[in-house]
Design a protein around this ligand. Structure first.
Ligand SMILES: C[S@@+](CC[C@H](N)C(=O)[O-])C[C@H]1O[C@@H](n2cnc3c(N)ncnc32)[C@H](O)[C@@H]1O
Length: 248
């Protein structure tokens, strides 16, 4: 274990959804897309406050203090701090070293880093962030997970990657967890993602094998998100789901 600053890996900063292959397959390009976003500080998805849906709906899940929460594609989300503050152990995974180091530095949190297989693993007390590719996570790394909190992770991915994301998440997480999922719905033809529109039907297609899916709330948020209005969207909903393991 050692304290050190990771040198930022430089990508070629590909712009927009062009960086995804047409059929949504992963390539080095999609990771370069996100590295580029962080390098250019184009992080409109980052919230400077705790996510209101998390604060509002977390209690519905009735997760006991001390449980382990997995936050896929966590960016430098302040929601990690809120969860830690509530007494949970938190595991995140994030591709960008800029995001991970900004998270610790901007919040004045010291960290230790170790290299574990394809990941740099950043730790502070009850927080672990795997810096690397979500698709490289194994079941052992997520063995203790009891809850998954997905905000802007599923919707960050194009359709075919969403299938692979859901498959990997369902396979790697243990079989007893709850999920709080926040998605967006809009007319996909009006804007190219990310964020991508993910319908309730798709949420069922992706997750209904493993989970019972409860739609908790659906908000029209267009007026609060002018950057999307500027991109030509005529309506935009945020949708919140609680998914729990199907009882056999
Ligand atoms: C739309 S942002 C959302 C970040 C965070 N969930 C939030 O609410 O602010 C998506 C994040 O996923 C990261 N990401 C994209 N693909 C990834 C992958 N395959 N593995 C790990 N992180 C990934 C990106 O770098 C980016 O920070």
């Amino acid at each position: 274990m050692q304290y050190f600053q990771m040198p930022y890996r430089m990508g070629n900063g590909l712009q927009g959804e062009q960086a995804f292959l047409e059929n949504g397959q992963r390539s080095s390009m999609d990771t370069e897309f996100w590295h580029g976003k962080w390098q250019q500080n184009e992080i409109g998805f980052h919230q400077s406050e705790i996510n209101q849906h998390l604060m509002k709906h977390w209690a519905t899940l009735a997760i006991p203090e001390g449980a382990t929460v997995f936050v896929p594609l966590c960016g430098k989300s302040l929601d990690l701090l809120w969860l830690l503050d509530k007494g949970y152990r938190v595991i995140g995974v994030e591709l960008s070293p800029i995001a991970v180091e900004d998270f610790f530095n901007e919040n004045g949190i010291a960290f230790e880093v170790s290299e574990e297989g394809p990941f740099y693993v950043y730790r502070h007390d009850e927080l672990t962030i795997y810096m690397g590719d979500f698709f490289d996570l194994t079941r052992e790394q997520l063995d203790d997970v009891e809850v998954i909190y997905d905000r802007a992770a599923l919707v960050a991915l194009p359709a075919e990657m969403r299938e692979r994301y859901a498959e990997h998440l369902c396979k790697m997480a243990p079989d007893n967890e709850d999920v709080l999922l926040v998605t967006m719905e809009y007319e996909q033809a009006e804007m190219s993602g990310p964020p991508f529109s993910v319908s309730e039907t798709e949420v069922h297609d992706l997750f209904a094998n493993k989970y019972d899916i409860h739609s908790l709330e659906r908000f029209d948020v267009l007026e609060h998100m002018p950057r999307f209005k500027e991109r030509g969207i005529s309506s935009l909903n945020e949708c919140i789901y609680h998914m729990n393991i199907k009882s056999s």
